[in-house]
Each structure stands twice: as C-alpha cells, then as structure tokens.
Unconditional design. Sequence first.
Length: 618
Amino acid sequence: MELQVTNSPFNQEQTELLTRLLPTLNAYQRIWLSGYLTAAPGESLAVSGSPAAGTGTEASGSAAPAAAPSPAVSREVTVLFGSQTDNCRGLAKKLAKKLEEGGFAVTLSAMSDFKPNNLKKVENLLVLVSTHGEGEPPDNALAFHEFLHSKRAPGLNGLRYSVLALGDTSYEYFCQTGKDFDKRLEELGGERLVPRVDCDVDFDEPAAGWMNSVIGALSAESGSASAAAGIPVTAPIDAGGEPQYSRSNPFYAEVLENLNLNGRGSDRETRHMELSLEGSGLTYEPGDSLGVYPENHPELVAELIEAMGWDAEERVTAGKSGTPLPLRDALTRYYEITVLTKPLLASIAATAPASGIGGLLESGREEELRSYLAGSDLLDLVRDYGLRGLCAPELTGLLRRIPPRLYSISSSPTAHEGEVHITVRAVRYEERGRSRYGVCSVGLAERVRPGDKLPVFIQSNSNFKLPEDPQTPIILIGPGTGVAPFRSFLAEREETGVSGKSWLFYGDQHFSTDFLYQTEWQRWLKDGVLTRMDVAFSRDTDRKVYVQHRMLEKSAELYQWLKEGAAVYVCGDEKRMAHDVHAALVQILREHGGLAAEAAEDYLTELVQQKRYQRDVY
C-alpha cells in the first residue's frame, strides 16, 4: 500500500521522506527500525484500532474514543532455547539479562529442562531455536518439540510469544524448527508479540533487531517503554561479560604444529593442529569446539575473476564497517563463493532476469534445483547462466560472509595449558570436471604453516560434556575425526585422576595408515585411563565393518554398561553414522532389554533428558 497524507498521521514532507526510505529497507533494517522506535523514549500513543492494538486496521485522523482500562500485563517472561552448538543458548542468556535490566522477571531454560505442562501457565514466551541437520530440532529441543506437536499440548489462549530461528540457507529446510514452533504456538491459540525472525549463519544483527523488538513490545504492553530505551540496538550479541575475543572478534592464534596423522599410502589426509591461546583470555572445556574463519582457494578466486572479466584490484566494500578492499582480497577472505543457496539464486535472478536463473526456481523443478545447489558453486553458476555482464559490486553485494567452520577440540585445557588442538580431515573431490576443495580443511592442510596466525574463537557446547559424577562410566563412539573430542575427554580424565570406566568405539579405513592417535589410545589402555577399545577398519576385510557393527557384536556388555548408568557420546557424521549408531542402540535395547521399538526410542529420549546420550554430529 502506498503511503499518503490521507491515510497516515504524517504531513506532506514526512510522507515524502518515508516514501523514499521505506522501499529501500531490507528485512533486517525494518526489524531494527521497528525495535528502535518501540524502545525510544517519548509520549505513549494510544489510538483505538491501530496496528499496535492488534486489530491490523489503519489509524484514522479522527479522535479516538476513550479506551477502557487495560488489564495488568504480566512482567514475567519465559525464555526457552533449543541449541546444538550453544549459539541460541548464548543469545538467550543475553536476552534474559537485558529483560532483567528492564525490570522483567525472567525464567531462562533449555527446552530439555522445561516441564512442558508448565507451558499453560506462561503468558509471555520467547523461543530461540536452531535447526539441526535436514530440518530437525536440536537434541535438547526434541522432547519439547514432540510434546508441542502432540495431542497432549494445551490450548494457549492468552499466550504472547515470539520466535527467533537460527539456521543456514545452504540447507533446504532453512530454520524449519523455528518455523514449526512459530506455527504450532499460533495454532494452539498464542498471539505473536512480533513476527518470527529467521537468521542465516551471520546472525548477530538480525538477532539484535529481534531482541529489541520483543523487549520494546513487552515494555510497551506493560506501560514501561523506557525500560528498553537504553538497550544498544547494534551492540554485538556476544558483548558484555564475555571474553574480549569471540565469534564477532576472533583471536589471531599462532599455529604451533600442523602434522599429517595418516601414514604413507593412505588416500586420506588428516591434520593435527596445535595453536597457541597465550594472551587471548580464551578458555574452553572438553566437548567445546574451535571456530576457524577460512579463506577461499586462490585458484578459485582467480578463475571467478577471470570468468566475470573483473579487475582483481577494483575496490569493493565488505563487512559491517564497509571498508573498501581489493576485489581479490574480498573474494578470498570475506565472501562465500563455494556454496550456492536458494535465496542467493533468487537475488541474482532478480538482478539479472535475462540470465534464466529464475526458471530453476519455478514450481515443479525442486529436485533439479536441489541437485544443482548440491553440485555447483558460484563459478559454475556464472558460467552456466552467462553472468559475465554483472559488475563486481553488483554481484558481491548479494553474497553472504564466509561462515566459520567448527572443529571439535581434541586437547585437554588441563593437559595442554595455553593451547588448543583440532583434528581436521582435508576434503578433496572432483565435480563436473573440476577439482573441488573443502574451503577450510584444504586451506589448513596446504597453506598454513607453523608461525602463521589464524582467526579463531571458542564455541562452547553445553550439550556435550563429561558427566558431573566422574565415576559415571562413559561409552565413546567416534569414527574418523569424530574421535577428536574423546582425545580431549581422556586426556582430561588422566590429568584429574578420574577412575571411572571408559569404552571407545573407533573406526576408519585401514589399520596401518588411518589409525588416528593410535599410540595415545594404547598408552591409555595400558595405564587404565581407557578401560576398553573396539575398532572397525572398513577396508581391511571383505565385508565393510563399521562402529555400529562392533557395538552389536558387544551388545550384551554394552547393555550392561547402560544398566550401570553409563553415558553415551557420539561424534561424527550426522547423515549416516549417527543414524546407524542410533539404530544399533535401539536394537540392543530391544534384544537385551526386551523393549518394543517405540519403548526403545522413548528410553533413548529419556537418556537425552538425563544428559546420558549426547551427540556432537555434523
């Protein structure tokens, strides 16, 4: 609808200014502006029938009738988070702190710790949730998600809520879990405080905008807009009480070692990297991850510049500061060029309608689009659809920032003070007649030497931690580089003198060339730090044997460990390995526990609730 003097409370000059401004704003800027205006101090506005009153109608120029006194609005707020890697947890903690500073009484909880039946008592609910894998809830949101979508879910008339969804647009089911919660809460009778916000991997600014919008809306409803007035809208999400170095301000860590763990003749390359954290103030615990900001392969950057006919030294803006950089540097260090997403294709199709990209987005071509996105990068898109005519600022302005890569930490902070270790497998493959590279893994393998510095940060993971009781038996399942956090676990237990039982299931391709950290496992077995170990080397036998097969071979003993209260940890590939391991656990519970399939699944769900079944899968 076009804004006019006749249909708004603005004069001619204000109307013209707004008419020029509003069409230029993107979604994030609109959210930011909404939160800013709501939180800004000033006179309260009470116009009957205004959108703020929830009617969705336009305000008229006539005087509004006196409104009846509104019932008192609760200043109690429940903040629930579901998170696989703690991003939502960190955001929820910051939001809770801001709400408390504004005079609200806050209940902050992981979804796994929240009693679902208490939901009917909640008046103000803020949900922060990520999406894991292909549209699935994170582990600590599974039970709550299932409850809310079951017949047991209560009616929620009178509930005011809003959802912040974190995701990755490179996945088909972008922010699906957040969308699920948002839709279901409405179906149960809830009313949105502010619209749901879906965040891509660079989530700081949209998350800050959503926070200010919900705080402003809550403050306005409770008659205390000034409570939100002091909130810095654009402050970094992880600022305030956090370490100096973080996701938004990485520490440049010196590389101490970069070794290939695979033996001669292996077709794999796995790097063991040691980095110094001296002077950073960064700390971590076993189970946490190290975030690394990568750089694109220089050959790919050069090919893209040549294909587009660009000048490598042309200046383009990159980053929040808008600092001009030579195009080559911007494409190397800032922009993502190896992954295509549906939103990116839609943006390019709008910018270059004659290219024909829009046809790939048409209804009925979903499978073709899915296949294209999975096997192509930006250089493919440029060549396939003749995008050479686009200027550099025009195309780079549509690209997102390279997201950091997270690697499970393979060192103990107690055993390796001032250092952090990671275990990285280099990814190389052929696609459409071209060599392709894992952006970060190959960069670390080929272009990083001891003495170089890498931009890093610590990503905490409260969902993957050693048991509070050190005597609790632990079962560790981690093939390939999935074994990395278990090196951290056992080194920590050795240093702290823990005597609880431990059992490691490990697998890879060949015993002779691919047995990562072999001497360390053997030493820990000898010293009793590791109680037992079962290995599966899939290419050393006629029949491929994986860790789940070893689990089934030892099913009776494994079930006995579960009965004794053992905690199970799984790390590695989410698409195949994690599902196969889960299926093996279900089979063991059915065979030795006498449980039906559904009861076995319920048993594992209960283990998740008890923090006895934890997964770090990707």
